[in-house]
Design a protein around this ligand. Structure first.
Ligand SMILES: CN1C(=O)N(C)[C@H]2CS[C@@H](CCCCC(=O)O)[C@H]21
Length: 123
């Protein structure tokens, strides 16, 4: 049956790689994120991620959410999505994300959040 497991190594179309470690009994997990591109000119470094997944339905394709706390930029990204097994039996994470960047002035709050979709596949 279709079984998608979040644990392991993932890569997305931007070349970012993500490693998700053990998922505990409450569905809480942690890991690390290494981005290949950034909106900043800072040197890119590995960043920690923390999240949780729904496995109440135990249908094997759980929904999840996680936060990446960027170590090299004054910003933070939250991802949410679902882990699928596609028709070829390959696991894929379909996600949407919000990237919130620091702005100096509340007048610039309107342009501080970017949104996007992103697909991860197993490395
Ligand atoms: C590389 N990325 C990636 O793999 N994404 C799914 C998108 C959403 S998080 C962003 C990178 C943000 C880096 C920190 C910053 O530039 O403020 C971009």
């Amino acid at each position: 049956p279709k079984k998608c497991n979040l644990i392991g190594h993932w890569v997305n179309d931007l070349g970012s790689t993500m490693t998700i470690s053990a998922v505990n009994g409450d569905g809480v997990f942690s890991g690390s994120y290494l981005t290949a591109v950034s909106a900043t000119t800072n040197e890119i470094k590995v960043s920690p991620l923390q999240g949780s997944l729904q496995h109440k339905n135990r249908k094997g394709q759980p929904t999840f959410g996680f936060t990446v706390n960027w170590t090299f930029s004054d910003s933070i990204t939250v991802f949410t999505g679902q882990c699928f097994v596609d028709k070829d039996g390959k696991e894929t994470l379909r996600t949407m994300w919000l990237l919130r960047s620091y702005v100096d002035d509340i007048e610039n709050d309107w342009k501080a959040t970017m949104v996007g979709t992103n697909i991860f596949t197993r490395v």
